[in-house]
Design a binder for this molecule. Structure first.
Ligand code: DQA
Length: 149
């Protein structure tokens, strides 16, 4: 059996994790998080691709290209969560089950972060568990995939 493929997409400023507002986002870098995701994915026998972009259009392209290539998308859209109709439309268009994640709890922060434009087209949201949000999403991917079969 071919192993299930999960695409992790990270939006703007997540390349600065570790130095960026550590009181909110912690001290781990995105590379540290990727390493943990890869370790857990290997144990679960899942194939993982892990990417980051500061560009909205590049994230839209990656979502579009996921169709037929990935079973699940795990998306930390960062600030685009709250602004991007383009990203929301891309997720709705490709029909690849998408899990929304955040390091911080967006509902406990500023008003403008409490609204997610992508949430209605995602199968669920994991928010507020720091780097663990990525690992929880990996676990959830298995069930999401099973449901869509
Ligand atoms: C974030 C939350 C967003 O509001 C913010 O713009 C980010 C990171 C998180 O992971 O907590 O860049 O997505």
């Amino acid at each position: 059996m071919q192993s299930m493929k999960v695409l992790f997409l990270n939006g703007p400023n997540l390349n600065l994790l570790g130095q960026r507002e550590p009181e909110v986002y912690g001290h781990e870098t995105l590379a540290d998080i990727e390493a943990k995701v890869r370790q857990r994915a290997a144990a679960l026998k899942l194939a993982v691709d892990f990417r980051q972009s500061n560009l909205e259009g590049e994230l839209v392209d990656w979502v579009q290209q996921a169709k037929g290539k990935f079973d699940v998308i795990v998306l930390n859209a960062a600030a685009y969560t709250h602004t991007s109709i383009a990203l929301r439309d891309a997720i709705a268009a490709v029909e690849v089950p998408t899990i929304e994640i955040h390091l911080s709890n967006i509902h406990a922060r500023e008003k403008f972060r409490q609204k997610s434009l992508i949430a209605p087209v995602c199968c669920g949201q994991i928010t507020g568990f720091g780097p663990k949000s990525y690992l929880l999403a990996l676990e959830a991917s298995v069930d999401v995939k099973a449901k869509t079969n």
